[in-house]
Design a protein around this ligand. Structure first.
Ligand code: C2E
Ligand code: MG
Ligand code: MG
Ligand code: MG
Length: 285
């Protein structure tokens, strides 16, 4: 019976583990091939809206990947794999170049900025700052129109020395007008420490804080984060706004900038260009 149970266990658990491993390996191989061939990737852009005026002030560049068999994989899944395999270097360079190139016209016409997600591995590359400046030069996008979004995980695995280097690198970029945003604020373990370690301009409040913002306790927490941001001269941006009720609360809390499905979903460059033709983002409130 024990033998039987053991065998059953093996049958029940082993294939699942193996499948996860195979899926990871397959994805890593697909990403590598796609990066080499320069196919399968696309940028989508999601508007960041000034809620009181309904004006689009920026767009966040979000990477998309489709496998050769036509399956769209979430960046929440493939970005970590690209980081582990080192592919994020090449991929991140492409993201930066493509986003700045697309944003140039939108900036010229509408004065909007582009915010680009940057992984820790990219930031720890000693050539990162030079690369960013070279992209600005090539695309003609002014530094003031670029925001780099970093997460707390950037520093989690870094040594003190690496952290100091990343800070210096970011400070150098800021001297060219580039702004630095801390992304998904509030989801990490030691969020507050990062606020004094890194040179920052924007604080993006994770959608977990926005989700139940109409409830008293959550609203108090959200308000505290907005006040924290202000006291450190950081611009707060609310992520993941999905309902008119949430937008109304943001307005009452004086958190003007927001992003979320309520205003617009991420979309390909041509759709975004069309979206920007409207004066104001219509919000059913
Ligand atoms: P993020 O930087 O926090 O991006 C915001 C995510 O929230 C996006 O998911 C966006 O589609 C989603 N979102 C926006 N509004 C709403 C809303 O109202 N409700 C909900 N439920 N979700 C909303 P996406 O595009 O799947 O990206 C997931 C994450 O993948 C990003 O989170 C970012 O951490 C990473 N990522 C995406 N593109 C890149 C990239 O080019 N480079 C790097 N390093 N990471 C990237
Ligand atoms: Mg982001
Ligand atoms: Mg975020
Ligand atoms: Mg995120």
């Amino acid at each position: 019976a024990a033998k039987e149970a053991g065998r059953n266990r093996a049958v029940r658990y082993h294939p699942a583990l193996r499948e996860a491993h195979v899926a990871h390996t397959v994805l890593a191989d697909q990403l590598r091939a796609a990066v080499e061939a320069g196919v399968g990737f696309a940028m989508h852009y999601q508007p960041v809206v000034d809620v009181p005026t309904g004006r689009v002030t920026a767009v966040e560049a979000l990477l998309r990947f489709t496998t050769p068999d036509g399956i769209a994989v979430s960046p929440a899944v493939f970005v970590p794999v690209a980081e582990e395999t080192g592919l994020i270097g090449k991929l991140g360079s492409w993201v930066l170049e493509q986003s700045c190139a697309d944003a140039k016209a939108w900036h010229d016409e509408h004065g909007i900025s582009v915010t680009v997600n940057v992984s820790g591995r990219q930031l720890r590359n000693p050539h990162f700052a030079d690369e960013v400046l070279a992209v600005l030069k090539r695309t003609g996008l002014p530094g003031a129109a670029l925001v780099l979004e970093i997460t707390e995980t950037v520093l989690v695995t870094a040594s003190l020395e690496e952290t100091a280097e990343v800070s210096r690198r970011l400070a150098r970029l800021r001297a060219f007008g580039i702004r630095i945003a801390i992304d998904d604020f509030g989801t990490g373990y030691s969020s507050l420490a990062y606020l004094r370690t890194l040179p920052l301009d924007v604080l993006k409040i994770d959608r977990a804080f926005v989700h139940r913002i109409e409830e008293r306790q959550d609203q108090a927490l959200f308000r505290a984060v907005v006040e924290l941001a202000r006291s450190m001269y950081l611009t707060p941006v609310a992520e993941g706004v999905e309902t008119p009720g949430q937008a109304a609360v943001l307005r009452s809390l004086d958190c003007a900038l927001a992003q979320g499905f309520l205003f617009a979903r991420p979309m390909p460059a041509p759709a975004l260009a069309e979206f920007l033709q409207q004066e104001q983002v219509a919000v059913a409130a």
